[in-house]
Design a protein around this ligand. Sequence first.
Ligand SMILES: Nc1ncnc2c1ncn2[C@@H]1O[C@H](COP(=O)(O)OP(=O)(O)OP(=O)(O)O)[C@@H](O)[C@H]1O
Length: 244
Amino acid sequence: MGVVIVEDLKKSIGRREILKGISFEIKEGEIFGLIGPNGAGKTTTLRILSTLIKPSSGKVSIFGKDVTREPHEVRKLISYLPEEAGAYRNMRGIEYLRFVAGFYTKNSREMEAMVEKAVEISGLGDRVKDRISTYSKGMVRKLLIARSLMVNPRLAILDEPTSGLDVLNAREVRKILKQAVREGLTILLSSHNMLEVEYLCDRIALIHDGRIVESGTVEELKERYGAQNVEEVFEEVVKCSENS
Ligand SMILES: Nc1ncnc2c1ncn2[C@@H]1O[C@H](COP(=O)(O)OP(=O)(O)OP(=O)(O)O)[C@@H](O)[C@H]1O
């Protein structure tokens, strides 16, 4: 039984049907990737699961809590990293982490433990004392990932966690995520980097034009389509769905 259960999720904005009935389940302790091209509906799905927008219909439960009926309960269990997230540029990294930790706890010892954890995850070392305006894009992204993980969520919802990162930084972030999962976290992430998900995700769902067109482990999907990699799987799936 999944800890995240998404059933026939639909979302229309105006007359546009953005999600056309999406269903998937995520098991505890796995990294689940929602993979698809630009405009497929990944961010919309993640925003619904993060309680930021409401679905038009369908059901989403996260650790048994319904996102529409119990959004406050869901928010206690998750952390969400948007694709275009920014941090207050005039703050120092460490100040920013303390500022965010303050929303989660008023206990100074707990707050320091959170910040300490974030500093370690971020890998920023002494640079965490510098102003964020002096950080590279990769450093900001790592700070934000650290912020998402320091609050000990049960589910981290990460929109394109390695977007804009160079190869080395992306590798570091992937290692951080794998380590967090070993410590008990469950992760839902989105990506259009189909090669990276092969390394990172336990299971993936391919999303295309508001529909999940295939799902499974990377190995299962490669075997099913006689493909060398997920990119080829995606190409085959889209071809099949357009011909049917
Ligand atoms: N508020 C909105 N109003 C109108 N259309 C929207 C809105 N939000 C999303 N859309 C449309 O819904 C579709 C899916 O968008 P979404 O951001 O979920 O895609 P995505 O898979 O995350 O894409 P990307 O990889 O480019 O981030 C797109 O065609 C987008 O233009």
